[in-house]
Write a protein that binds this ligand. Sequence first.
Ligand code: NDP
Ligand code: MG
Length: 384
Amino acid sequence: MQEKKIITILGSTGSIGTQALEVIEQMGSAFQIGYLSAHNNIKLLAKQIAKFNPLGVVVKNEKDAVEIKKLIDTSCKILYSEAGLIEAASDDRNDIVLVALVGFSGVLPTLSAIEHCRTICLANKETLVSAGAIVMEKAKQFKSNIIAVDSEHNAILQCLIGEEKSSIEKIILTASGGPFLNIPFEDNPNLSLKNALEHPKWTMGSKITIDSATMMNKGFELIEAKWLFDLGQEKIDVLVHPQSIVHSLVQFVDGSVKAQLGNPNMRIPISFAINFPKRYKFDFPRLDLAEISKLDFFKPDLKKFRCLALAYEAMKIGGNSCTIINAANEVAVNSFLKSKIQFLDIAKHIEIALNKINIIRNPSLDDIIETNLETRSFTEKLIN
Ligand code: NDP
Ligand code: MG
């Protein structure tokens, strides 16, 4: 009998984390759970402990560690804070670490996982946006394989199987365009928080849902693709495709194009990532192209979606500039979620931060951490 693989899921109470646990549950006995982690939702974490019997869990702080102990009747290890996430990620028993944390919080646990584990399934794109050069260098050094969970990058990975890197002419990331695709931005009272949270195709955590409405999500995915596939900016295009059926495409030097298609269902890229390079049989609803009948594609409007233009700009500047736009975006989106700023202010604040914070050409990890803190504090002051 094949031995069970140990999988740790950082961010197990989130949208990706819970779907990953559903996939694992459907697979029966293929995996044993290493660590799980929660930030605010310790009640859900307690339920996950009862169901999946992990080796350990990570919570936000010492108080929650005491609290969770009262909620469970098993003796799993209880860790807390960022140090706890790093310890969980560095447990040598892990065969796979799935990083489904949101924002910059993924950076240090991912780096620690790379040093100790051969397979990292990375959903947390902000880690590559903030510290892509350092993460990819470390992965090379420790021979750790970074497998993208993000549907577009997962699609490209699927298209590249059996292909040589020199055969790639360009990759094309598709974008749904989010809830505001066909809504004009000027003087529009409909750019409300409620409307921004209603994504037409995907049900996701609140932060990435707002990033989709501003299209900063696609900007981050450009940066993510650059690092994952080691391609120059000129080789990565974006196409708006509102149906979200074609998840991304690769154009090759002979003019041939490969695409990966499927219903918008994150369980598919999650299962592909955690089972890579094998496929596991699932009975998710099948794609019915005859029923869909029509697929649309067009270029994004960079004047309207200023966040996407800012991501292109930051990519061009390089250095720590992507760390800056990520940190400013995290603060601005959080403020929008708390109704402290308007939708269109998100891009404005990011632009101010990008123009004000010092650019460092070849940032070290310490520079990246410092840039993140400095930009957050700058943007918070700006908003308050
Ligand atoms: P969620 O907000 O749904 O989940 C985030 C998870 O991280 C939760 O477990 C949350 O805990 C935990 N968390 C939040 N803040 C912190 C923190 N500061 N420190 C430690 N843990 C924290 O996000 P998603 O699952 O939607 O997204 C996760 C990542 O995957 C993001 O980077 C996103 O861009 C990416 N992604 C998501 C997709 C999706 O379909 N959802 C698709 C493609 C990429 P708690 O809930 O207990 O507070
Ligand atoms: Mg995506």
